[in-house]
Design a protein. Structure first.
Length: 115
């Protein structure tokens, strides 16, 4: 059973924007705080942004002011709007629960920032 499906990545020039989507199963989405994570080339997976069930958000310092996380209960989807992208944002982006045990990881969506 696929629980998390990320989409929306692609190739973008520095300074550009993308919006990522994560379609989550209802059981995961409705009962959990959610987050976006990323794993860059040769790097460990890191937390990018999180959103609680009530909508409180928090961001890693390296994306603060550029990225916005949101969630849509009707669509059981988590979004990540990314602005002013730079090459250091190149990574595979994943969504998952924030806090507690992780759900099975999805395939992620590749974001490549390059001229």
């Amino acid at each position: 059973q696929v629980q998390l499906v990320e989409s929306g990545g692609g190739l973008v020039q520095p300074g550009g924007s993308l919006r990522l989507s994560c379609a989550a199963s209802g059981s995961i989405f409705r009962n959990n705080h959610m987050a976006w994570y990323r794993q860059g080339p040769g790097k460990q997976r890191e937390l990018v942004a999180s959103i609680t069930t009530s909508g409180w958000t928090n961001y890693a310092d390296f994306v603060k002011g550029r990225f916005t996380i949101s969630r849509d209960y009707a669509k059981t989807t988590v979004y990540l709007k990314m602005n002013r992208l730079n090459p250091e944002d190149t990574a595979v982006y994943y969504c998952n629960k924030w806090g507690g045990d992780f759900a099975s990881w999805g395939q992620g969506t590749q974001v490549t920032v390059s001229p």
